[in-house]
Design a protein. Sequence first.
Length: 133
Amino acid sequence: MSIFAILVLAFLGLSMSRLLGTSSATIVYEVYGLRALNAARSGLDQKVLDVFAGQTSDASRCDADGSDSSLWVQENFNDIPGMENCSVVALCTVTEVDSTNYYRFESQGTCELEGEGIVVSRTLAIDGRDVQS
């Protein structure tokens, strides 16, 4: 009977250990996911500001297919507490239809947990167009 009790308690202890490990991994993914989302938002805000900063939009800050990396916003946030090992790449594309420019802004924020091999990324996109006066 005592062997049975020992086995039940060992199984219960092992189950609790796995449950706590799964719970902490979920929290890590949630925290790093939020950091990656904030990085993506930051890049998106910066790219939209690049294009729409003045009274009129500047289509030269975007390209037709997003391949010109000199127009991308590329930042890392290693100097910001809480955002270490996070980075962002943001770009925009422009298409002209009937003398109106249509923009697509995309941003991908990525955060990495060093030494654990965990990489979390979030992607945001918004569309915009020139306002006709």
